[in-house]
Design a protein around this ligand. Structure first.
Ligand SMILES: [Zn+2]
Length: 281
């Protein structure tokens, strides 16, 4: 996915993928100044044209040219939007996602899962997209950002006890492990998961283990990681830390809604089949 720039207000200049082959922070030898680390793309747009005067010394020439060649909307209120780059239409298609993810070209993914099954998990696209990023360990967690941004502290801002890598963020940080414990307490017995295995595996094994579970567990897993990521972002960007009960309740409401929607879809499909059968009679 790549972001089409409208106003540029919703897109991080460095950490979102909006130009070139990857987010800018991933380009080797890029050094992001602390004073500009929070910049949005809108910081380099003036009067509906690109203004690179404050960052062109930080970027390679080819990238500056690439940005200048990117068309901008004259409608300044247009919001930024996602575009699927693997299909000419710009719209997402399961087929193109599957073919691209089956043989990842630029990512060193060692997780052994069936990508086709990942895209078939019964949750809306936003959850699957986060899961796909998770499987490739490419989310901008503090541990990864600290390797790119001089002086950035890799410590987890939710607990200040450990480096924030993917496994810490999604399983081991106190608020995350509390959510998983509550899920196990209220839901876990029916999913044949072994708690000790769940908490003892390394990152790759942990992802593989969870995606080898039942269909219902995969739905729970997808929704839980989405809420953990959202909860973490609120802590990082807005210094907001909710309590564990409301954290679990939000997850639970989302899970029930997603499940009900999935059930309604199935019932609609059954109804359509029945109608077709009646017409034929
Ligand atoms: Zn933590």
């Amino acid at each position: 996915m790549i972001l089409n720039i409208g106003s540029g207000e919703d897109t991080s200049l460095w950490y979102h993928h909006w130009v070139g082959d990857s987010p800018i922070y991933k380009i080797p030898n890029i050094r992001i100044p602390d004073s500009k680390a929070h910049w949005r793309v809108s910081h380099i747009i003036k009067n509906s044209t690109w203004d690179l005067s404050q960052i062109n010394h930080l970027l390679p020439n080819y990238l500056c040219n690439l940005i200048l060649a990117t068309p901008l909307s004259s409608i300044t209120t247009r919001t930024d939007s996602l575009r699927w780059t693997l299909d000419k239409s710009g719209s997402f298609s399961i087929k193109s996602a599957y073919h691209s993810s089956y043989v990842p070209k630029n990512m060193n993914c060692t997780i052994q899962i069936c990508w086709k099954k990942l895209w078939k998990i019964g949750v809306p696209f936003k959850y699957k997209m986060l899961l796909w990023n998770l499987c490739h360990s490419i989310l901008p967690v503090a541990d990864i950002l600290a390797r790119k941004v001089p002086g950035l502290d890799p410590i987890c801002v939710r607990c200040f006890e450990s480096v924030e890598n993917h496994l810490h963020l999604f399983r081991d940080c106190h608020s995350s492990s509390t959510l998983w414990s509550m899920i196990f307490q209220f839901q876990g017995q029916s999913f044949d998961l072994e708690y000790n295995l769940f908490y003892s595996k390394n990152w790759d094994e942990w992802i593989t283990y969870n995606l080898s579970g039942s269909s219902q567990w995969k739905i729970i897993f997808c929704i839980a990681i989405w809420h953990i990521w959202s909860y973490r972002n609120k802590a990082v960007f807005y210094s907001k830390m909710g309590n564990s009960s409301s954290f679990y309740n939000k997850f639970w409401v989302d899970y029930k809604c997603t499940n009900n929607m999935g059930q309604m879809d199935k019932e609609m499909q059954c109804l359509k089949k029945e109608r077709r059968w009646l017409v034929l009679q």
